[in-house]
Design a protein around this ligand. Structure first.
Ligand code: BDR
Ligand code: CA
Length: 303
């Protein structure tokens, strides 16, 4: 059982990843921290609260803490065209749950200090909160077991520019600080996430059974495919990061030092110098195993 905080900007694929994390018997979710990115911070926080309440009920003990509304420099660009209205596409009931009194940075620090075992952060959005937490308390470097990051594009083109993947592009300064922090990082980039997808033709029951999470997963995918007639595959970017936190063996990784370009022309480009270093760059993935893990964890849960 791994104790985790999920830092996220839901986000359609973030939503599937959150469902997996909440349903997984191998993860203990100590908290969810929100960050702007796919949508405004207000939308991503509202979506996180709606998702937690839908999945875990009005009495849920999983705190949702509000993080950064802007990157370390400049502004987030958002991706409503990818994730739909309010950043999630589907509309869940208005939540009774409210954000936690602590900020995202405070919650990460608090849970790292109190956790019985070492804490892992699964980061599914721009790395602003994680960088701010490390900056504010340098001893967090020793308190964190690992940061599993969905981000980067190494030997494949980016998805927001020819060079950059979205999460890194949104806050390259934060990404650079996290990769240089010394905390072990597993970097799950487009090189592997683009190999894992749910196909339009496999629907409308991508997730089996009648659980609330299967129904929600099916609604999310149906909504994305309906709104975007050009879309044939829904990539499992963030779900693959959660899958890797549960079972690291689904990835093949190479140790590296990773730098991030922050200048305008190639903003967000990730460059790996392989050999040694604290970052493990995912270069291979066991696709059938990863997709099956996403399928079974989203299908699971309460009816
Ligand atoms: C990443 O960017 C976001 O749009 C997704 O939620 C995912 O975290 C993929 O590049
Ligand atoms: Ca995301």
């Amino acid at each position: 059982m791994r104790t985790v905080i999920v830092d996220t900007d839901p986000g359609a694929d973030d939503a599937l990843a959150l469902i997996m994390a909440v349903n997984s018997p191998d993860l203990q979710v100590e908290g969810i921290t929100t960050v702007g990115g796919n949508a405004t911070l207000s939308d991503t926080t509202d979506n996180a609260l709606r998702l937690v309440e839908y999945l875990d009920g009005k009495q849920s003990a999983i705190p949702v803490a509000v993080g950064a509304g802007e990157p370390l420099r400049g502004s987030f660009t958002h991706a409503y065209h990818v994730h739909g209205s309010e950043g999630l596409g589907v509309r869940l009931p208005a939540p009774a749950l409210r954000p936690h009194g602590m900020s995202a940075v405070e919650l990460i620090r608090d849970r790292a200090a109190k956790s019985a075992g070492p804490l892992t952060v699964i980061a599914l959005g721009p790395l602003t909160n994680v960088a701010a937490a490390l900056e504010s308390r340098p001893d967090l470097v020793d308190a964190l077991a690992e940061i599993v990051v969905m981000g980067g594009a190494f030997d494949v083109p980016g998805n927001v520019t020819p060079h950059a993947e979205f999460n890194i592009h949104e806050d390259p300064w934060a990404a650079s600080a996290v990769f240089a922090s010394g905390v072990p990082v597993t970097l799950v980039g487009l090189d592997v996430t683009r190999r894992t997808s749910m196909h339009r033709r496999s629907g409308p029951r991508w997730f089996a059974g009648t659980s609330k999470s299967a129904q929600l997963g099916n609604r999310i995918l149906a909504d994305r495919f309906q709104e975007r007639s050009d879309l044939q595959e829904f990539y499992l970017h963030d779900p693959l990061a959660v899958a890797a936190a549960i079972d690291p063996d689904i990835l093949a990784c190479r140790p590296a030092r990773v730098s991030v370009v922050t200048n305008r022309d190639e903003r967000g480009r990730t460059i790996a110098r392989y050999g040694d270093g604290t970052v493990k760059v995912a270069v291979g993935v066991d696709v059938p195993r990863a997709v099956e893990m996403v399928r079974s964890l989203v299908s699971a849960g309460r009816a």
